[in-house]
Every structure is written in structure tokens, then in C-alpha cells.
Design a protein. Structure first.
Length: 411
């Protein structure tokens, strides 16, 4: 039963505290092209080399005017035109206006832009309706970003919200932390690589496939050692190879209590074990430790358990190792249970759920169904974890529960 013999198990909070307190971020950096920087982590604070916008420009298609010359009853002749990339450079006589397009530099002396919807053109010039005030429809130089202003601190992951901004500043190269090197392998005679025919008693190695995908999203350099059979010597060789090549080693399977589960034995021989049993469900047999050079995480063999422990434990570990100081845990919210949830006290339970807003505007959550640690389809059906406290029992319809929304690793 889940409620028996759990007092010696690490809680999720204890496990995370132990892991994150022991590791330190990588210090090695490299300078790369901005076009290659997606998913990388800034190694230094970035300041703007220019003002954005670099010059005062028009926020509208319309007419640049000197506000003191504005008169809603007297037409102003058009003295010239200003376009984005082609500013007005001629002589600007008094009591005239300049036709101007969005993004065009504001002509010297102009202090307002009147939008074209407020303009009527006739043979004498342009008659404007409404009122005008100084600064109207003008984007000032440096209004978005001042020159030498702080843009991003060190430790920011670069993506679609950051890279275009850096490109707008003319930054072509950037200093980032070296990508974390992660060696992965699965253990078990029953495993067959995806794409190969299954033999008798074999299953596909979905864990390593899922781990690869998540590591790619985290910007890691992956060293894939494949499937290692249940052989002590071959497993030892895999550990030694991984330790020599990687910053972090992740295995799948071999961390429970079966006769052929040699991973913990290898970890005892080649390094040290930090912990290897957690009071969570799924994912009890998760191992963390240190090899001679590399850190080690041993994921359970069941697919849901492997994905869950990677998501909850390995994801924040990689964030810290990579120097991603602005990483935040996935968002948690409160919701009403729309279906019954079966649970036995003893372990923190991460059930897969589907959250939505009901007709009264309340957040509610349904179970995806069977919660077995082999039912990986629950991830594709769900959009959140239903996080049930360690000592909580089954949940009735209408009770309030905590949900954790899937972040980009599972979306």
C-alpha cells in the first residue's frame, strides 16, 4: 500500500533542495551569432548600443506641422514629403505642412503629426479638423530603449521574445553559456529502439525518445548512448563513457529493486548516491548522485514516471546547471474537481488532468482517465497535473485541488 513505509522517502521539496544546493552553474562561455542563439542562456548582462527608436518618427500616416501654425479654418499647403528611409530634406516654408508616413523621421521644427483621417485636401492645401497638441503622434528618440540602458541580465533564456529585440539593436553576436552536455541511455534487455521490429517480449524505448525531445527544448547538447543491456560490465562501460563526455548523465530504468537493476550498484561503485527513493507518485524510484566528473539522474523505467520525474526534478536541475537564473517553476492554480479522483495517502500524487473554465467562469479539472505509470497517452490528452497532497485521500466531485499547468516541455 502507498501509505506504508513512506517515512524514509524523500519528499519532492527535500529532493529539489538537495539537488539544487549541490550543483553550481557552468562557467564556460562562448560568443555565437545571434541567428544561432535560440534556446541559449545569456552569459553577461546586455546593454543597448543605440537608442530605440534612434530618431523621433511619426506614429501615423498624416501631416507634420508646427503646432503654433495650426488653424482649423485655414489650409496649409504641402511643402514636401517624408517617408521611412527617405526623410524630408528641403526648405520648409512657414505656414505649410509636410506629408509624412509612419516611421518617417520628424522634420526639423515639427512638433506634431496630424493623422490623415483628420485631413481634407483641396487645391489650397490641407484643412485639419479637431485639435493639435505638442508631441501628438510622435515617437521620441529612445522612447522604447535608451542608449546604454539595461536590456537583459545574465541568465536569460533567449527565444522569440528576446532575439528580435536584440536584432533591433543591431547586435549580431552574443556571449552565452556553453550548452550543457547531457549523456543519455536506457537500460533493459526488453527495450528496442524506435523504428526497429519488436522481438518476443520486447517494447519500444519511448523513455529515451521523450528525454531527447525535452533536452532539445532545454537547449542541451545530447550524447545518445542508446540502449544498454542488463549486463554489469556493459553498464559500467556506459557510465564511464558518459562520465567522461558529459556534464550530466541521465539513464532510464534500472533504479528499482529488481534482480537485474544494476544502476544503483554502478552508482555506488563509480560515484555516490544522494538519494534514490521519493515520496511521489508516479516516480518513486528516482536516483540522484555524482559520478567522478558528471552529475547523474536515474529515471524510472515506466514511461509516465520517467517523464514526470524529468519534468519535476531534472528540468530545474538543468536550468541551474545551464545558468538559467530566470527560470520559474510551472504555474499552479486552484480548481474544482469535476470528476472523482482516486488516491491513497502516503505520496504526493501528480495525476494528469484537463483543465477548463465552466459555464459560471470557475476553473475546473477533469481526470484524463486511467492513471497507470505506463499510460503515456495521458500526457497527450491532458494539459495539466492535478497535484494531490501527500497525506490526502481520494477527492470527491466539487472539492478544490491544485493544478500545475504544463509548460513548453509537455506542450
Amino acid at each position: 500500500m502507498d501509505h506504508c513505509n513512506t517515512s524514509d522517502l524523500f519528499s519532492l521539496e527535500q529532493a529539489l533542495t538537495k539537488m539544487l544546493s549541490q550543483v553550481t552553474p557552468l562557467q564556460a562561455t562562448e560568443t555565437i551569432a545571434l541567428t544561432d542563439a535560440a534556446g541559449r542562456i545569456t552569459a553577461r548582462a546586455i546593454t543597448s548600443p543605440i537608442a530605440v527608436p534612434p530618431f523621433a518618427n511619426s506614429a501615423m500616416d498624416g501631416y507634420a506641422v508646427r503646432s503654433h501654425e495650426f488653424n482649423s479654418t485655414i489650409p496649409l499647403p504641402v511643402a514636401g514629403k517624408a517617408f521611412a528611409g527617405a526623410p524630408f530634406k528641403g526648405t520648409w516654408p512657414a505656414n505649410t505642412c509636410i506629408r509624412i508616413m509612419t516611421g518617417a523621421p520628424i522634420p526639423d521644427g515639427a512638433d506634431a503629426v496630424i493623422m490623415q483621417e483628420q485631413a481634407t485636401v483641396n487645391e489650397q492645401g490641407v484643412i485639419f479638423s479637431g485639435h493639435v497638441h505638442v508631441g501628438q503622434n510622435i515617437r521620441l528618440a529612445g522612447e522604447d530603449i535608451q542608449q546604454e540602458a539595461a536590456v537583459f541580465p545574465a541568465g536569460v533564456k533567449l527565444g522569440a521574445a528576446q532575439l528580435p529585440l536584440l536584432a533591433s539593436l543591431g547586435i549580431a553576436e552574443i556571449s552565452v553559456f556553453r550548452a550543457l552536455k547531457v549523456a543519455i541511455f536506457s537500460t533493459g534487455d526488453e527495450l528496442q529502439p524506435v523504428g526497429q521490429p519488436l522481438g518476443e517480449g520486447q517494447i519500444y524505448d519511448t523513455n529515451r525518445f521523450a528525454v531527447r525531445l525535452m533536452l532539445q527544448k532545454l537547449g542541451c547538447q545530447i550524447i545518445d548512448l542508446g540502449v544498454i543491456p542488463d549486463d554489469q560490465e556493459k553498464l559500467r562501460q556506459a557510465f564511464e563513457t558518459a562520465n567522461a563526455a558529459a556534464d550530466l548523465v541521465i539513464s532510464s530504468g534500472g533504479v528499482s529493486v529488481g534482480e537485474a537493476d544494476y544502476t544503483k550498484q554502478m552508482l555506488d561503485e563509480l560515484g555516490n548516491v544522494g538519494f534514490w527513493k521519493l515520496a511521489i507518485k508516479p516516480g518513486k524510484p528516482f536516483a540522484f548522485g555524482k559520478l567522478a566528473s558528471a552529475w547523474f539522474c536515474g529515471l524510472p523505467g515506466n514511461p509516465v514516471s520517467a517523464a514526470l520525474t524529468f519534468y519535476q526534478l531534472v528540468q530545474p536541475l538543468i536550468a541551474k546547471l545551464s545558468g538559467h537564473s530566470t527560470w520559474h517553476p510551472p504555474l499552479r492554480l486552484r480548481a474544482k474537481a469535476a470528476t472523482k479522483l482516486k488516491k491513497t495517502p502516503g505520496r504526493l500524487d501528480f495525476q494528469r488532468g484537463i483543465f477548463s473554465t465552466n459555464a459560471t467562469g470557475e476553473l475546473e479539472v477533469h481526470t484524463t482517465g486511467h492513471q497507470g505509470s505506463h499510460v503515456f497517452s495521458s500526457f497527450s490528452q491532458g494539459n495539466c497535473f492535478i497535484v494531490l497532497e501527500r497525506e490526502r485521500g481520494s477527492v470527491a466531485v466539487g472539492e478544490t485541488v491544485e493544478i500545475e499547468l504544463f509548460n513548453e516541455l509537455l506542450s
